[in-house]
Design a binder for this molecule. Structure first.
Ligand code: MG
Length: 495
């Protein structure tokens, strides 16, 4: 069956290719900025990207195109994919119609500069250097919320930008539901005789070249066309971007010790890449190609990270390569498994384990909400951060770069994104359960990829998260991940 056949939709898709081409170009410029661009290219790149975003807005607001979109919103008897196109474009239209072009341009400029200032502040461990920029970023986000509109909290308007329909009303109860069980679980782990505040493999050094070969080997094993439609590069922070479903890029990082960070990042980003690689080819260059729900996307990356990358079978398969890469070997499967699955309170979100990770997100959710709703002040942020991390994890940062300055998100203007990480992780476990219920084994990666393609990836962004779950006869249930964590870690820590 053809996904697109309605005349109005075909006209929309034809014009949309211009917008797609601009996004495609911006994506390459962003990818290059994070990977290979010499540092001094930053200001010209910022200018070019800022102008591209303004051109895109102007083209989107073309009178004839907007008229087509309005006409399409009343159409009946559309295919699911056609309805998806209308839904996604009307969301963008709302954004472009409500935010003045000058506001979008100013915001782009502000965040390009702020990222550079944030890097300096982080290097110098001084929040004060970044405070003024951050203050402007939150002010502009508050302003954006007013432009976009909301019913209850202004933070809702920002959450919705990253996950369609997400509100404080939904995120608040989710965190309330998981907080106590996770605290109890962490307490049990900390009381276990097997609890270690450090693991010897964390400080074991590795050879960077060999690590990069190991990462390539893992990706080749998971995706046979690795190198042909999919590549791996290095950046300051791992990420995935897709230019088309035949050209997907991921990155990882190398710290020359603590090899799990590099390896798990590769497997995590592979999960994101797979979503785009397996999106139906007919959806390419349309608004529904690839995944747009961040919760769904993160469910895929966490699925591969937690259920493949952290599994005994996977470690066993690559143990000879790990031993060949990491100094101080040979290590046993048990050594590596206990290292990859260690749980302990830590200061950095990106290093956090499956149990404590969500406390890092709760803290950010409370802070962002408090700032947007006007209950917190940026000038108090360092103190607020430090007291909250102490409340959740019982530890306090020694400096700002392992505290309030650790994440890049705010410097890029992103407020309202963090909750999708936790929600996505919880959803990833539900997909694992569905797969296991279908009598499939997680170690049979080819079967798993097909299952994920058929149930999730092929649709791209055709459905909202809620509709995608309904289509698969699922509903979001935090209890599934809580039960999995309890079972897994009671075995590892023997309680
Ligand atoms: Mg991710």
């Amino acid at each position: 069956m053809k996904p697109f056949k309605n005349k109005t939709i075909l006209q929309i898709l034809d014009y949309y290719k211009n917008l797609w081409a601009l996004s495609y170009t911006s994506a390459i410029a962003h990818w290059d900025l994070e990977t290979y661009m010499p540092q001094k290219g930053a200001s010209a790149r910022g200018e070019a990207l800022g102008r591209l975003s303004v051109i895109r807005q102007k083209m989107f607001l073309d009178k004839d195109f907007v008229a087509l979109l309005h006409a399409a919103s009343g159409l009946e008897h559309l295919t699911d994919q056609e309805r998806g196109v209308v839904r996604i474009l009307l969301r963008s239209l709302k954004y472009y119609e409500k935010l003045p072009p000058k506001f979008i341009e100013d915001f782009e400029r502000l965040t390009n500069t702020a990222t550079v200032i944030w890097r300096e502040a982080k290097e110098k461990n001084d929040f004060k250097i970044f405070e003024k920029s951050l203050s402007k970023i939150f002010d502009m986000n508050k302003q954006a919320a007013e432009y976009l509109g909301y019913t209850d909290s202004p933070y809702d308007a920002l959450l919705d930008q990253y996950e369609e329909g997400l509100t404080v009303e939904k995120v608040g109860p989710f965190f309330a539901e998981i907080r106590e069980p996770l605290e109890t679980l962490l307490e049990k782990i900390k009381r276990s005789d097997l609890f270690q505040s450090t693991h010897p493999l964390e400080s074991a050094k590795y050879d960077k070249q060999k690590m990069s070969e190991l990462n390539d080997k893992v990706l080749k094993y998971l995706w046979k066309d690795f190198g042909q439609n999919f590549r791996l590069d290095t950046s300051a922070h791992p990420f995935t971007t897709s230019f088309s479903n035949q050209d997907t890029r991921i990155t990882t990082w190398y710290h020359e010790r603590d090899f799990g960070r590099s390896l798990l990042a590769v497997i995590h980003e592979f999960g994101h890449a797979l979503y785009d690689l397996q999106s139906a080819p007919e959806l390419e260059m349309t608004p529904v190609g690839g995944g747009s729900s961040l919760v769904t996307h993160e469910s895929q990356s966490r699925f591969w990270e937690n259920f493949v990358g952290r599994s005994e079978e996977f470690i066993e398969k690559f143990l000879p390569d790990i031993n060949n890469t990491v100094h101080g070997s040979p290590f046993t499967v048990h050594d590596v498994y206990s290292y990859i699955n260690k749980v302990r309170p830590s200061l950095l979100r990106v290093e956090a384990d499956e149990v404590t990770y969500h406390f890092h997100i709760m803290l950010r959710f409370e802070i962002e909400r408090g700032l947007i709703e006007g209950r917190f002040k940026i000038s108090d942020l360092r103190e607020i951060w430090n007291s909250k991390i102490k409340e959740y994890l019982g530890i306090v940062p020694k400096n700002d770069s392992e505290g309030v300055l650790q994440d890049i998100h705010w410097s890029g203007g992103t407020v309202g994104y963090f909750p999708t990480y936790s929600l996505g992780t919880f959803l990833g476990t539900q997909f694992e359960q569905e797969i296991v219920n279908c009598k499939l084994k997680i170690v049979n990666y080819e079967d798993i990829k097909l299952w994920l393609r058929d149930h999730v990836h092929q649709y791209g962004s055709t459905y909202t998260l809620e509709d995608l779950l309904a289509k698969n006869k699922m509903r979001f249930d935090p209890g599934v991940n809580l039960k999995y964590l309890e079972e897994k870690y009671s075995k590892i820590y023997d309680f």
